[in-house]
Design a protein around this ligand. Structure first.
Ligand code: PLP
Length: 434
């Protein structure tokens, strides 16, 4: 069913990648809670290990029928060729980049990214010999200047967490492709494919934390990597040894030679080598819950955006707010890019600098009742956190300042409740913070 390219978004989010179960006729996608799958014969088992049989399932660390429905559906919604699900958004980013990088390589990364990704790339990747240069997302000359002979990827968030800086994807992709000759990897967690499809704007690979809006219910941790199959790893093979060296146990020929005719070189290597060996596979239970969320994605995003816009208007008029950070907010440095790339709305993460700084911020988060004070975004419930002391505490003050995160910054993830009730809750918290 996923081959039906004509479906609109609302239809695809319900039907793409799924069909009634062949054995039982179950209409909803069942949870295939099994670690492994029986081979038909010794011959089929060997073909599976040699990557000659790509259809069947062998072991849930690499693939699983419940997870495969989520993967096909997200690939379809993003306009990608294939998707590989992982156990978390963190592992999606790590696996997507480790599919491209090895020790000694270098990546250029937007400064305005989620604190956990900043820790992963700036600390863990540094420990294994992968160098990173941070560049302000809007500084195109900075992207150019950061490129080294060892650069192998550019990484941005489509909408930066938590300050809402929007990446000019076409412009950054042009530098990545024409000057650096590397793929552009985009974390599009805050946008979702309903608001933006990065592959249509020059990205080669898209990652998501499916923990957030794609699941939407705040019950699972998950991630996904979507392959646009757009990057050419064949022209300069010496730069991409992982795609041109036969893999132990997988027969002869590198991934590019064998799978680029199927447009599966990147995604096949990601699944059969990187996911197989590092092992952060999602649970089929979590994939089932992800599928339940995907089916209402567009409906939720419309309400998320409407509520976020209502709160931006309220906050922009509030005497205790020094500045509102939202892609299309007054004074946002990337507002023009946001208006161009995000015609359906700029998502549901709204941050603001509260007058009175750190102390006022602490009193504020202690005083909300309807908003939940916790470290997550993209739930149906409205959420609030103080990034400098939590999600971004692993960064230095200078790194936080470069990412626009001041000591009094408060991040809201605007949920699906009545906007008037959310405003009333914020009013109460502002009064307590005064
Ligand atoms: N990317 C973004 C933009 C995020 O906000 C997060 C988590 O907050 C992640 C990645 C990491 O995802 P996870 O928590 O599912 O590992």
């Amino acid at each position: 069913m996923s081959s039906d390219d004509d479906w609109g978004f609302d239809t695809a989010q319900i039907h793409a990648g799924a069909a009634p179960d062949a054995g039982t006729r179950a209409r909803a996608t069942p949870i295939f809670a099994t670690s492994s799958f029986v081979y038909d014969s010794a011959e089929q088992a060997a073909a599976s290990f040699l990557l000659e049989d790509l259809e069947g399932f062998g072991y849930t660390r690499m693939s699983n029928p419940t997870t495969a429905v989520a993967e096909r559906r997200i690939a379809r919604l993003e306009g990608g060729v294939a998707a590989v699900a992982t156990a978390s958004g963190q592992s999606a980013t790590a696996m997507a980049l480790l599919n491209l990088l090895r020790s000694g390589d270098h990546i250029v990364v937007a400064g305005e990214i989620y604190g956990g990704t900043s820790n992963l790339l700036g600390q863990r990747f540094a420990e294994i010999g992968i160098a990173i240069t941070n560049v302000p997302v809007a500084d195109l000359d900075g992207w150019r200047a950061a490129v080294r002979p060892s650069t192998r990827a550019f990484f941005v968030e489509s909408i930066g967490n938590p300050t809402g800086a929007v990446a000019d994807l076409e412009a950054i992709a042009a530098v990545a492709h024409e000057e650096a000759e590397v793929p552009l990897v985009v974390d599009s967690t805050l946008a979702t494919p309903y608001l933006l499809r990065p592959l249509q704007h020059g990205a080669d690979v898209v990652v998501h934390s499916t923990t957030k809006f794609l699941s939407g219910h705040g019950t699972v941790i998950g991630g996904v990597v979507v392959d646009g199959a757009t990057f050419d790893f064949g022209t300069r093979p010496e730069r991409w040894p992982g795609f041109h060296t036969p893999d132990v146990g997988h027969g002869s020929g590198g991934y590019w030679e064998r799978f680029s005719p199927l447009r599966q070189a990147y995604s096949r290597r990601l699944r059969s080598t990187v996911l197989r060996d590092y092992g952060p596979a999602p649970s089929p239970f979590n994939s089932f819950l992800l599928i339940q969320g995907l089916e209402t994605l567009s409906l939720r995003m419309r309400q998320h955006v409407a509520n976020a816009e209502a709160l931006v208007a309220y906050l922009e008029g509030h005497a205790q707010v020094e500045r509102v950070h939202y892609p299309t907010a007054t004074g946002s440095p990337t507002a023009a890019v946001a208006k161009r790339l995000l015609p359906r709305g700029a998502g549901a993460i709204v941050s603001f600098d509260i007058a009175g700084g750190l102390d006022a911020g602490r009193r504020f988060v202690d005083s909300v009742r309807l908003f939940s004070h916790l470290a997550n975004v993209g739930d149906v419930r409205s959420l609030v956190i103080h990034p400098a002391s939590t999600t971004n505490s692993g960064q230095s003050e200078a790194q936080r300042a470069a990412a626009g995160i001041g000591p009094g910054l408060i991040r809201l993830s605007v949920g699906l409740e009545d906007a008037a009730d959310l405003v009333a809750d914020l009013d109460r918290a502002f009064a307590a913070a005064r």
